[in-house]
Design a protein. Sequence first.
Length: 108
Amino acid sequence: MKRFHIAISTDNIEATVADYSNRLGEKPCLVIPGQYALWRTDTLNVSIRQDTSAKPGSLRHLGWEDPAATGFTEDADVNGIVWERFSADHQAQEISELWPDVELQLSK
């Protein structure tokens, strides 16, 4: 099943985790304090990241977590919004590359 992916910038991971956990009705499957959090519901893949290159609260990109994805792809739509397509394993690999001390298995 595909999950719609949305990635948002924040300047306060802890407050955003509390707020989005309430909005999504579940806790994130991963929190890297002060840097990143990830939720995977039945239909959504939501990530927040402390990103100094983006204004807090701004959209970083959209996309699809798709089990049929054979690789990590990225392109931009007519409005200039970046769209990614990836599998859970691709996302886990990207997270492991950014934060090597984090062990994560996302297959679900």
